[in-house]
Design a protein around this ligand. Structure first.
Ligand code: ADP
Length: 198
């Protein structure tokens, strides 16, 4: 990148010469830098520096990646599930947030802290329905299919929650949403690990 910045436009032969490598050795690196939009290649002229930093390329990458490409499977229970059974489900499914639905539409979210809070009170958690302790609609922060990984990450940070249901509007039912996935802090961390591995 430094060589191209100084000597642009510059051919791959000349770059290779400058760092005593063959063109063939250099080719994969130039391909990656071109694909990432950091370098621009013009036939018969050579390489130009696009002016985009690695950070701005990463920025557009996460803004263009849809939540649909990274979403995970949510754990869903119904409103009449007891708090006790929902806690058991949380352990068995090894998750931190459970989504609650009623007649096929998202009605609530329960987290570890919600369960801890209810067990501190004088409740019979074996009969108490999860609907009594969940955070309910319309107070649930969600993402829809058209939103990006960056949008999801911003909402998670802004609203200080561990996950967001990925939802789809239910036709003809105002304010009702079908749950189609989940984006969590873990899902987004996995994206970072994948980018690192690439
Ligand atoms: P934890 O209990 O481990 O801190 P969260 O930060 O996800 O987990 O949950 C904190 C509170 O926010 C809980 O009361 C939970 O019901 C609620 N909550 C979790 N996810 C959402 C969401 N997407 N939208 C609105 N409220 C949420």
């Amino acid at each position: 990148m430094d060589i191209v910045k100084i000597d642009q436009p510059i051919t791959s032969e000349r770059i290779a010469e400058k760092i005593s490598l063959t063109r063939a050795t250099l080719r994969p690196d130039l391909t990656i830098l071109t694909m990432m939009g950091i370098l621009e290649a013009r036939p018969k002229v050579g390489y130009f520096y696009s002016g985009k930093s690695l950070l701005s390329v990463m920025g557009s990458f996460i803004k263009n990646m849809s939540v649909m490409d990274i979403k995970s499977m949510p754990v869903i229970v119904s409103e009449d599930n007891t708090v006790y059974d929902s806690i058991v489900t949380m352990f068995l499914e090894d998750t931190g947030n459970i989504y609650v639905q009623n007649n096929g539409s998202l009605s609530g979210v329960v987290s570890r802290k919600d369960f801890i809070k209810v067990t501190l009170g004088n409740h019979d958690i074996k009969t108490l329905p999860v609907a009594m302790i969940m955070t309910r609609m319309p107070n649930i922060v969600c993402v829809e299919a058209h939103e990006s990984v960056f949008d999801a990450a911003q909402k998670i940070i802004h609203h200080q929650v561990d996950s967001l249901p990925v939802v789809e509007k239910l036709e003809g039912e105002d304010g009702k949403f079908k749950i189609i996935g989940k984006v969590s802090k873990t899902t987004i961390t996995r994206v970072m690990v994948n980018i690192g591995n690439e």
